[in-house]
Design a protein around this ligand. Structure first.
Ligand code: SF4
Ligand code: SF4
Length: 75
């Protein structure tokens, strides 16, 4: 199966995520709308992944470190 992006994968550990009511940082800070609301948790908008500028604002906003960004172009 091909990935939605050749460039990156963004994953949210839903068990670790504090939820949008308590946090919502990733949805708020991402300048290119990689995260959207899905109930009380964020969902990754896969069609937007190629827009990621690797600013790491989402990672910095995430207290529980629930977000992982994998760069597919690195070994
Ligand atoms: S690194 Fe920046 S652009 Fe990429 S998903 Fe996180 S906040 Fe959005
Ligand atoms: S920043 Fe982290 S804890 Fe906050 S809503 Fe996003 S994934 Fe969940």
């Amino acid at each position: 199966m091909s990935s939605p992006s050749e460039f990156i994968v963004v994953e949210v550990d839903m068990a670790a995520c504090a939820g949008l009511a308590r946090c919502g940082g990733c949805v708020r800070v991402c300048p290119v709308s990689i995260f959207q609301k899905s109930g009380d948790k964020p969902a990754v908008v896969e069609k937007n992944l190629d827009e990621c500028i690797l600013c790491e604002r989402c990672l910095q906003s995430c207290g529980p470190e629930a977000i992982t960004i994998r760069k597919l172009y690195e070994a």
